[in-house]
Write a protein that binds this ligand. Structure first.
Ligand code: GAL
Length: 339
């Protein structure tokens, strides 16, 4: 009888201890959730945590807005493991959920600057990127464009091809989609080595390059493109690897040029280094008038996963000049909502 009572007591104690541990774990996870950031602004150059509290690892990429999902997707280079193209999703551009590595680079030596575009007709996502590796004993000498396709924004993206567009070397890439015609263009650092930027039109399904391919005659990198009042603005960096340098913009009345060199749009840029960043894309934020988002990378060392982002609003003045001003912290209320 005593034995039975003892046993009952033991199992009751075990249950209580068990319950106690469950409560601790639950509490910890609630506490962890409370620790998650809920951003309502951009803070350029600072650590930027995803919804799990980990610094966003998505460099040199672009953002798209998928209308039917009312969701933004941010693609970029995942510099941590598994390396390749990362994808994050967001409803507000401030808070991002990690959707994983949507294209694993595997044996590809250099996988950089992915840019994704949604093909509304075929209902698929097309990713272009800088494909590179060792040739004649030197890295970055393959110099090709790569293209990959996915049915879902969150991948997996499957590589379809990689090649030199119209025989030209291709390294840093930018992308522009004409909102009216839905035609897409890739600006690419071309020539040996990055002697110039070229602009190439993509096919209707965005899966291949056309022969409409021109030389802009500008020795630069990191192209970002926007259009305002019938003028195309091409924002670029100089060529100094991961080290930031002075930005320059060019203008043209036709996307295929001719382009005219204008100057440094980074106003008050005392370090002459694009506010310590390098351009990777210009995202026109839907729903706001003239809301052009400068996406820049602040490469840490040799582009480590904890490299930061410099996101700033771009202004086109009434005189037609491109200006990027520093903001320690800012939000979308800077822009006027479209009716
Ligand atoms: C930069 C370029 C980066 C990366 C790096 C390698 O100039 O913008 O995307 O290619 O060189 O050194």
């Amino acid at each position: 009888m005593r034995k039975i009572t003892q046993k009952t007591n033991d199992s009751a104690t075990k249950k209580i201890v068990h319950l106690f541990f469950i409560l601790i774990v639950l509490n910890l996870s609630v506490f962890a959730q409370q620790q998650q950031p809920k951003y309502n602004s951009f803070i350029p150059g600072e650590k930027w945590l995803d919804t799990e509290g980990i610094h966003i690892d998505s460099h040199g990429g672009n953002i798209i807005y998928v209308e039917h999902e009312k969701t933004y997707y941010w693609y970029g280079e995942r510099r941590g493991e598994p390396r390749g193209a990362s994808c994050y999703s967001s409803k507000d551009l401030y808070n991002w959920k990690n959707e994983g590595t949507v294209l694993k680079k595997g044996a590809i030596k250099v996988f950089e600057r992915p840019k994704v575009i949604y093909d509304k007709i075929k209902k698929q996502y097309v990713m272009w990127f800088h494909y590179d590796g060792v040739l004649d004993g030197k890295n970055y000498r393959i110099a090709e464009l790569g293209v990959a396709i996915s049915k879902e924004p969150t991948g997996p993206f499957v590589i379809k091809d990689h090649y030199r567009p119209n025989g030209n070397e291709s390294r840093d890439i930018g992308m522009y989609i004409d909102p009216k015609t839905q035609k897409a263009y890739i600006g690419y650092a071309a020539g040996h080595i990055n002697k110039t930027i070229r602009m190439v039109e993509l096919s209707k399904d965005y899966q291949s390059t056309t022969i409409n391919d021109i030389d802009i005659d500008a020795h630069c990198e990191g192209p970002g493109i926007l259009k305002k009042n019938g003028i195309y603005y091409l924002l670029t960096s100089e060529c100094s690897g991961w080290t930031p340098n002075q930005g320059t913009y060019y203008t043209a009345s036709n996307i295929m040029g001719p382009y005219k060199k204008q100057g440094n749009p980074f106003i008050g840029d005392v370090g002459n280094n694009s506010f310590n960043s390098q351009p990777c894309y210009i995202f026109k934020i839907p729903g706001y008038k003239d809301a052009y988002l400068y996406m820049g990378d602040r490469w840490n060392g040799r582009a480590s996963p904890d490299s930061a982002y410099v996101f700033l609003p771009i202004t086109i003045t009434s005189e037609g000049n491109m200006e990027i001003h520093w903001h320690k912290e800012w939000d979308l209320s800077l822009f006027t909502p479209e009716k």
